[in-house]
Design a protein around this ligand. Structure first.
Ligand SMILES: [Zn+2]
Length: 381
């Protein structure tokens, strides 16, 4: 398989030699073939580098370099960049010839990818190690702290929700990935009664977006259903997957039954998150945090919207209690004129004789009458 791929690259270069003038260093590019680290690229080694390696390390790069040598010493690049090093392009006709070959080789590399399903439970580690801008995701390569919400969810003892990265890899190159959310339902004794899954937005490697976008989404969807034995798998990309199936099989009946919706059936309890988290990721689906500390798709009662890519969030109609600092929806807050504070229900009491709320810590309770008094209204007789 591999030999065949390398022959196709070399055959194409030999074909171009008929039409295009060679660069004066043409012959110094050795062992051109598919890159090991990134199978969507080609790799080569220069004559000078082979000599340098032999002199400095004693390693001989022979006629058939090993995969290990290719991985360690070779330069990976796009076929376009390599051809521009090998040939001199002067006319538009020459340019067209070259780009025809670029497109053919690109297609060939894409169509002959072997990829494997992977699951990664270290979501924050995964995102922060991703190369930026390789798949159109605005969060790739951002600091790990932006993603601690995921760790918080996975470490939360009582929410029964996990979130993982799932996708396809070829060698170490991620070509498709998405978040898989899972909620486990238990009976009173802790036994598992049901599991609900949601496959969040799928991101595809830039180079494959035109050619294999829908196909990879569909394959990832199917792989996850089988891997987790999930009868129902809701998915963000429901519409795209559905149209792919319709194109291919002319029938979506089964799929509609399996996928049902493009949004999840459950919300995520993140109680106490404000004590641990100060940065937040941009979220495709679970965008809202409400005043009961639930991460949800529902914008009712939301205090935060996770729609920023710089680690922050959009504040909604929320506000903070001036006494305890807890965030709440503005509708649930009480403004105390006498104390000039916005207060939550725990920190405020209603004073009947004033007809308004006050900060609880500034009041006295009369055990005899059962009413509250503000300290400003009281003096010793
Ligand atoms: Zn309060």
């Amino acid at each position: 398989m591999k030999t065949q791929k390398q022959n196709i690259i070399l055959d194409s270069i030999n074909y171009l030699k008929i039409f295009l003038p060679l660069h004066k260093e043409f012959n110094t590019y050795k062992h051109i073939g598919q890159a090991i680290s990134d199978p969507l690229k080609v790799s080569y080694i220069s004559q000078g580098k082979i000599k340098g390696i032999a002199e400095n390390t004693g390693v001989t790069i022979g006629n058939r370099p090993t995969d290990e040598q290719r991985n360690k010493y070779f330069t990976a690049t796009s076929i376009e960049k390599l051809l521009k090093k090998l040939f001199v392009i002067n006319t538009s006709d020459e340019s067209k010839k070259m780009y025809d070959v670029v497109n053919n080789i690109d297609d060939y590399l894409k169509q002959n990818l072997d990829y494997n399903f992977f699951v990664d439970t270290d979501v924050s580690g995964f995102y922060s190690n991703e190369p930026e801008n390789y798949n159109g995701s605005c969060m790739a390569g951002k600091p790990e702290s932006y993603f601690e919400l995921y760790d918080y969810i996975n470490d939360h003892p009582t929410n029964n929700v996990t979130v993982k990265i799932v996708g396809f890899k070829t060698q170490d190159l991620v070509i498709a990935r998405g978040l898989l959310w899972c909620k486990t339902y238990r009976d009173a004794l802790g036994g598992i009664t049901a599991k609900a899954y949601f496959l969040d937005r799928i991101y595809i490697h830039n180079k494959l977006q035109n050619s294999s976008f829908a196909k990879l989404q569909f394959e990832l969807y199917q792989t996850i259903r089988k891997y987790y034995k999930a009868d129902e798998l809701r998915a963000f990309n429901k519409t795209q997957i559905e149209s792919y199936i319709l194109n291919k099989y002319d029938n979506t009946e089964k799929f509609i039954f399996k996928c049902r919706n493009s949004y999840p059936s459950f919300a995520v309890n993140i109680e106490g998150y404000e004590e641990t988290l100060s940065r937040f990721p941009y979220m495709d689906t679970y965008k809202f945090i409400d005043d009961s500390e639930i991460l949800t798709i529902d914008d009712n009662d939301s205090v935060k919207i996770l729609d920023q890519t710089d680690g922050y969030y959009t504040e909604t109609d929320g506000c903070c209690c001036d006494e305890c600092g807890d965030s709440m929806h503005r509708d649930d807050s009480f403004y105390s004129e006498i104390d000039d504070q916005t207060l939550c229900c725990d920190c405020s009491v209603y004073i009947d004789e004033r007809g308004e709320h006050a900060n609880r810590s500034n009041t006295y309770y009369n055990n005899y009458s059962g009413s509250y008094h503000h300290e400003d209204d009281i003096c010793r007789a």
